[in-house]
Design a protein around this ligand. Sequence first.
Ligand SMILES: [Ca+2]
Length: 143
Amino acid sequence: MSLMHFDEEQIRKVFRAMDKSQHGGVTAKQLCVVMKKMGTPTSESEARDIVQAADKRGTGMITEDDFVSFMRERAMEFTRQLREAFQAMDTDKSGFLTPSQLRSGLAKQGMTFSNKEFKDMLDVVDVDKSGGISWEEFLSAMQ
Ligand SMILES: [Ca+2]
């Protein structure tokens, strides 16, 4: 069971492909390309902030290991936020979201659906067709 969207091998592969000069680091500009390939597009100024935060040697580049820990933290933070959202929606603390809990929870986040849209979405999210949404189902739907 994967509790976070974090594939270290994939991250290292993409990073190495970008670090062609094998200097062990990429610049903010290259990082933008890496992030895009990882499915998490980042603006250049955000990439500069990431590099700056991780760049302990003052080279203006981010190393592979620094990048992996950055992505790991980001994935963990994302999972933590989802967990909080799930718990807030699970008002009776059953560990499952009923369709109405899910619907009103999403509405609070500003996501509203027509009856048909909601039913279609529920069909996809409720993988085991139990009629309730477990944390695992919720998590995989959000990734
Ligand atoms: Ca279910």
